[in-house]
Design a protein. Structure first.
Lengths: 116, 111
C-alpha cells in the first residue's frame, strides 16, 4: 500500500504566526483530506484537498485561516494562519484508496502543533 | 448534518472477554461503515468495514454488524487481548458523500 508522510512531525509556534504542514504520498491518489484532532478528542474534517481546484471546506473552517494547496496527485499542504493557542492540536492528512470517500482512509503520522 | 454517536465512551474488560461498541448515525443514505483503531500516539488505522448491502462481516476476532433500519452498526471484539487497548472510532460515510468520525470509545483490556 502507499506510504504517506507529513512534515514537520511537531512544532511549537508563537501566536500570530503561520505554519505550513506538508503531506506527501508515494503514489498518485485522487482524494486527500486534512483533519484536526484536539487532545483526547475525535477527528474533525477540515477540508478535502482537490487537485487542480480549490479545497472544499467543512462547516466552521475557512480558507483564510486554513489555506490548502494540492499542486499534484501526490502532495498537499495545509497552512494554519495567524495562530492562537486554540489551534494547538494534531493535524493529520489522509487519502482514500479506490478514489472515492467510500473506501479505506490511510492517515499520515500527524503534526503535533503547540501554539504559545 | 450527520449526527454520529458512539457508546460507550469508555469500556474496560478482562482479557479474554468480549467487547462491543455501538455507533448510531442519522443519515439513512449512509453507505459505508468503517471502524478505525487509534493506539496512543499513533495514527488511526482501519480495522474492519462493511457496506450497506451486507449485514455482518467477520475478520478473525473482529466483526462488524449493520442494522440499516435502526441506523446503527457495531464493532465486536472477541477474546480480547491487551494489545486491543486503544481508542476506536466509527466513521460512517453519508449519502452526501461526507465522512464524520464518531466521538470515540476508549477500550482498556485488563490483563
Amino acid at each position: 500500500s502507499a506510504v504517506i508522510s507529513q512534515k514537520p512531525s511537531r512544532d511549537i509556534c508563537q501566536r500570530g504566526t503561520s505554519l505550513t504542514i506538508q503531506c506527501q504520498v508515494d503514489s498518485q491518489v485522487t482524494m486527500m483530506f486534512w483533519y484536526r484532532q484536539q487532545p483526547g478528542q475525535s477527528l474533525t474534517l477540515i477540508a478535502t484537498a482537490n487537485q487542480g481546484s480549490e479545497a472544499t471546506y467543512e462547516s466552521g473552517f475557512v480558507i483564510d485561516k486554513f489555506p490548502i494547496s494540492r499542486p499534484n496527485l501526490t502532495f498537499s499542504t495545509l497552512t494554519v494562519s495567524n495562530m492562537s493557542p486554540e489551534d494547538s492540536s494534531i493535524y493529520l492528512c489522509s487519502f482514500t484508496a479506490g478514489g472515492t470517500i467510500s473506501y479505506e482512509q490511510y492517515f499520515g503520522p500527524g503534526t503535533r502543533l503547540t501554539v504559545t | 448534518g450527520e449526527n454520529v454517536e458512539q457508546h460507550p465512551s469508555t469500556l474496560s474488560v478482562q482479557e479474554g472477554d468480549s467487547a462491543v461498541i455501538k455507533c448510531t448515525y442519522s443519515d439513512s443514505a449512509s453507505n459505508y461503515f468503517p471502524w478505525y483503531k487509534q493506539e496512543l500516539g499513533k495514527r488511526p488505522q482501519l480495522i474492519i468495514d462493511i457496506r450497506s448491502n451486507v449485514g455482518e462481516k467477520k475478520d478473525q476476532r473482529i466483526a462488524v454488524t449493520l442494522n440499516k433500519t435502526a441506523k446503527h452498526f457495531s464493532l465486536h471484539i472477541t477474546e480480547t487481548q491487551p494489545e486491543d487497548s486503544a481508542v476506536y472510532f466509527c466513521a460512517p460515510v453519508t449519502g452526501a458523500n461526507n465522512l464524520f468520525f464518531g466521538t470515540g470509545t476508549r477500550l482498556t483490556v485488563i490483563p
